[in-house]
Design a protein around this ligand. Structure first.
Ligand code: NAD
Length: 241
C-alpha cells in the first residue's frame, strides 16, 4: 500500500467500527510461548528433514520414526502455554464476532479459550486412522499410534504434499472475503494456499493489519504494518498498552 500509514488511534477506530474481524495467525504468535517457528533461527526444519519425518511416504516407510518426531513435537508444545497474544484474541472473541484462521497445529488458541477457530493445517493433538479415516483428539504424550487391531493412527495434520481439507479452506475463504478488518500475526506468508487469504480479504475491501517484526513477501498488501511482537502489537491495538 502506498498511502501513508494511519495513526494507532485511527486504526483502533477502524477496529471499533468493524463487524467482522479475522485473526490470521502463523508460527510467530506461538514463538513467544516457546514453540519453535518453521523458518529462521531455531526453526524446526533446520534440524529435521521433512522427507523423513513429515510426509505420507515417510509414514508409509517408517511410521515409528514419523511418530517419534511427532511425539517429540507433542512434548515440546505440551511444555508451552498460551501467551498474551493468544489470550487477547480469546478475550476479543467473547466481546464481538471474530474468526481465528490459524496455520498453527499447536492447539494454543484452543488452550487460550478461543472457540471459532479454523485450523488450516490440522492439529498435532488430533489423530486420524490411516485406513478408516476415523478421527479423534488425544492429548497423550507420548501418543501410542499402533492400534490394538494393528492399524495405525497418523497425526491429523497437513504434511508436505498433503491436500488441505476443502471444507476448512472454503470456510476460511468465505470468512476472509466477509471481513471488515483482517489482522495477520506472525506468518511469513510463504505457505500456500494460506498466503492467498490476505489478498482475498484486501480485494474484498477489508482493512488489513500485518503484525510481524520482519517484512514479508505480502507486506505491500497491508494498510497498517506493526513491526513488533504479537503480544505487544495486540496489546497496543486492543488494550491500549
Ligand atoms: P514461519 O515460521 O514461516 O514464519 C514465522 C513468522 O513469524 C516469521 O515471519 C517471523 O518474522 C514471525 N515472528 C517471529 N517471532 C514473532 C513474534 N514474537 N511475533 C510476531 N511474529 C513473529 O511460520 P508460518 O508462516 O506459520 O508458516 C509455517 C508453517 O509451519 C505453517 O504451515 C504451520 O502449519 C507450520 N508450523 C506451525 C507451528 C505451530 O503450530 N506453532 C510451528 C512451526 C511451523
Amino acid at each position: 500500500m502506498s498511502e501513508k500509514q494511519l495513526s494507532l488511534p485511527e486504526v483502533r477506530s477502524k477496529l471499533d467500527d468493524a463487524d467482522k474481524l479475522i485473526f490470521f495467525t502463523g508460527a510467530g504468535i506461538s514463538a513467544e510461548s516457546g514453540v519453535p517457528t518453521y523458518r529462521g533461527a531455531g526453526g524446526i526444519w533446520g534440524s529435521y528433514n521433512y522427507e523423513e519425518y513429515a510426509c505420507q511416504d515417510a509414514f508409509l516407510r517408517n511410521p515409528e520414526a514419523v511418530w517419534s518426531f511427532h511425539n517429540y513435537r507433542r512434548e515440546l508444545v505440551a511444555a508451552c502455554a498460551p501467551n498474551e497474544g493468544h489470550r487477547i484474541i480469546a478475550q476479543i472473541e467473547q466481546e464481538r464476532p471474530c474468526t481465528v484462521i490459524t496455520q498453527n497445529i499447536d492447539g494454543l488458541h484452543h488452550a487460550a479459550g478461543s472457540k471459532n477457530i479454523l485450523e488450516l493445517h490440522g492439529s498435532l493433538w488430533r489423530v486420524r486412522c490411516q485406513t478408516t479415516g476415523e478421527k479423534h483428539v488425544d492429548l497423550a504424550v507420548p501418543f501410542a499410534a499402533r492400534r490394538d487391531d494393528g492399524l495405525w493412527w497418523r497425526p491429523d495434520i497437513i504434511w508436505f504434499g498433503d491436500a488441505l481439507d476443502e471444507r476448512v479452506v472454503d470456510s476460511a475463504m468465505q470468512a476472509a472475503v466477509q471481513a471488515d478488518v483482517f489482522i495477520s500475526i506472525g506468518t511469513s506468508a510463504s505457505v500456500f494456499p494460506a498466503a492467498h487469504l490476505p489478498v482475498y480479504a484486501q480485494q474484498a475491501g477489508a482493512f488489513l493489519i500485518e503484525i510481524n517484526p520482519e517484512e514479508t513477501p505480502l507486506s505491500h498488501v497491508y494498510h497498517h504494518l506493526m513491526r513488533m511482537s504479537a503480544s505487544d502489537a495486540l496489546g497496543a491495538l486492543f488494550n491500549g498498552t
